[in-house]
Design a protein around this ligand. Structure first.
Ligand SMILES: [Zn+2]
Length: 155
């Protein structure tokens, strides 16, 4: 699954059945055990968010952090960073394996400098775990999906 996008209100999830873009509002993330609702067009159940979400605005980021009932794992990265490129498929794998358990987002530190400063990001790749709007843990450096998940679950 390719990366997903988000706006100020929720994550944009394409319906696997018909392709319609459905918005999963942040407060509803992970709220149903088997799915997050039904497609507005074809009424098929929508799956959990199972791919990294690209954050391209500070508003989307702050609303997600404040409103998501699920923990949020943030990947701070930049296009010029080699270890970040190596990390990308591992981060995607972790997002798929933890679908419904946590939401995985990617923050480009070149484009979202305000967020990077807010988190005092020094070196990348760096990761932060948010629970109920607060930072619960942080780590950095390349790591396989299994290690990232173990870090997330032990926090
Ligand atoms: Zn549909």
């Amino acid at each position: 699954m390719p990366s997903l996008s988000a706006d100020d209100r929720g994550i944009i999830l394409p319906c696997p059945a018909c392709g319609t873009a459905n918005r999963i509002a942040y407060p509803r993330l992970g709220q149903q055990s088997e799915n997050t609702g039904r497609c507005g067009t074809c009424k098929e159940p929508l799956p959990q968010v199972a791919a990294p979400v690209e954050i391209d605005s500070a508003g989307a980021f702050s609303n997600l952090i404040a409103q998501s009932p699920l923990p949020v794992v943030i990947d701070f990265w930049a296009p010029w960073c080699g270890p970040c490129q190596m990390m990308a498929p591992e981060f995607a794998k972790a997002a798929a394996q933890a679908a419904g358990e946590a939401v995985f987002v990617k923050v480009n530190t070149d484009e979202q400098q305000q967020i990077a400063r807010q988190f005092n990001v020094q070196g990348i790749p760096a990761f932060a775990l948010m629970k109920s709007g607060r930072k619960a843990a942080e780590t950095s450096g390349f790591q396989p999906a299994a290690r990232l998940l173990a870090w997330m679950r032990s926090a």
